[in-house]
Design a protein around this ligand. Structure first.
Ligand SMILES: O=C(O)CCC(=O)C(=O)O
Ligand SMILES: [Fe+2]
Length: 441
């Protein structure tokens, strides 16, 4: 793969550009295709679904857990305990982490779309707390023992708390700023606009919170990586906001499958819910009928800035290029927020459950990483051995749209202890990685 041909770098705010772009003529939304099976479903008013569904292989999202029925017929020594089911990230060996291809126990990929038109059979009935929602089982680390003061996640059947302790107010942030600036008080940047404005004027300022040495790189046509795009202050805001939303209705949960498999991550959707089992977007969650929280306006404006910046990168000195053909703009109405423990991962998959119109236009996915770094794989096929590997660090933004909208991608592993220490200090984010992917349905 001649990625070098596509590389473009832009270090901001110095705006030093190195263009080696030879691909710009071949965009214009070509090569786009809708979902593979094009199945559509008509959903009841109760769920108010968007009428589009496609079948991604469920296997990409599942981990290698046997169905519960299979587990009960296993020898005791091989059975997974209740703890296993709740915390595979902590309990399972990492030997197979490198293999994120098709799981050894291939799950059924057939989706019963008839069922998708119904409310879940459990609707209206009291559910027993599932192991995956028992906070005890998430307590991986020594610190977690002390997390009982956490504002959520301390009682059964409450959402997963991505932070270990009560979130702190702005005082530690300010004290850190004071420390780093020799006692000079720096106002915490609040809004996205203020933040941008601030970033434009911090050249030479090595303040740990807001100094960014942004580096943009075009990985492929329509696929860009913006290194360290998000300043620390904004990363803190993102964690705090996700934490608060994640503790409320429609917050973080650990998606599972009918066969007993569980994803190796915690998920929360904003705007619309995406169900990893049915691959369907809906206004309510299937498992608990909760309505996903709205996307905070700060998040939406961040996505707008990211796309504007990406367009600047793509355009470079070539005024004649229509950047919309290379990377169309979009207004996100969906955000899938994933939290990966340090042994979390996500198999290679395509994001192609959005509307046919969105996919045909190549409306981009904007992916934001906060916390521990991840080894991220991407490629043309669902083949780990042929995939490119890039490390996504805290504050990085990855965009894939246009010709790259259907790229296979996944998270091979989380690299422990790589989150910026001040971020952890200020947010008490658990060990692991927060990822937000914005899309327009
Ligand atoms: O965590 C990531 O970087 C990728 C997440 C992703 O691919 C998804 O949520 O569809
Ligand atoms: Fe994805």
């Amino acid at each position: 793969m001649q990625l070098g041909l596509y590389r473009t770098t832009l270090a901001a705010p110095r705006l030093s550009l190195v263009f080696k772009v030879s691909f710009l003529g071949k965009m214009a939304g070509t090569g786009m295709r809708p979902g593979r099976d094009g199945n559509s479903v008509n959903l009841t008013n109760n769920e108010q679904e968007q009428p589009q569904s496609r079948s991604t292989s469920s296997a990409a999202y599942e981990e290698e857990f046997p169905p519960l029925s299979a587990a009960s017929s296993m020898p005791q020594s091989k059975r997974r305990t209740r703890i296993d089911l709740g915390t595979p990230c902590e309990q399972s060996s990492e030997k197979d982490v490198g293999n994120i291809g098709p799981p050894k126990l291939e799950a059924s990929t057939s989706t019963n779309h008839d069922n998708d038109t119904q409310l879940p059979t459990s609707f209206g009935k009291k559910r027993l707390p599932s192991p995956s929602r028992n906070p005890e089982l998430h307590q991986t680390y020594g610190e977690a023992k002390r997390s009982l003061s956490s504002s959520c996640g301390a009682a059964a059947d409450e959402p997963f708390d991505i932070c270990l302790l009560e979130a702190t107010d702005s005082s530690p942030l300010e004290s850190l700023v004071n420390e780093k600036n020799g006692g000079m008080r720096v106002q915490k940047v609040q809004s996205a606009e203020e933040n941008e404005q601030h970033n434009d004027h911090v050249e030479g300022n090595d303040d740990v919170l807001d100094s960014v040495e942004k580096n943009g790189e075009v990985l492929r046509p329509g696929m860009l990586l913006l290194k360290r795009y998000i300043p620390l202050s904004e990363q803190v805001d993102i964690v705090n906001r996700c934490r608060t939303l994640g503790c409320g209705p429609g917050g973080f949960y650990r998606p599972g499958f009918d066969n007993g498999a569980k994803m190796r991550l915690y998920m929360m959707c904003l705007g619309l819910d995406w169900n990893p089992q049915t691959k369907i977007y809906a206004k309510r969650r299937r498992h608990d009928n909760a309505t996903p929280p709205d996307i905070p306006s700060e998040f939406s404006s961040l996505v707008g800035r990211v796309l504007d910046y990406s367009h600047t990168l793509i355009k470079g000195p070539f005024d004649t290029i229509n950047v919309e053909n290379v990377l169309p703009s979009m207004a996100p109405d969906v955000c899938i927020v994933n939290f990966y423990n340090t042994t979390g991962r996500l198999g290679l998959h395509q994001d192609h459950d959005e509307s046919k119109e969105s996919l045909v236009k190549g409306l981009p996915v904007v992916s934001i990483s906060v916390g521990d770094s991840a080894e991220f794989l991407y490629g043309d096929q669902r083949d780990v051995d042929k995939a490119e590997n890039v490390v996504l660090e805290s504050g990085d933004v990855l965009i894939f749209g246009g010709e790259s909208r259907h790229i296979f991608h996944g998270v091979k592993r989380i690299i422990p202890n790589t989150a910026p220490p001040p971020l952890l200090e200020m947010t008490k984010l658990r060990p692991g990685r927060l990822n937000l992917t914005f899309r327009e349905y």
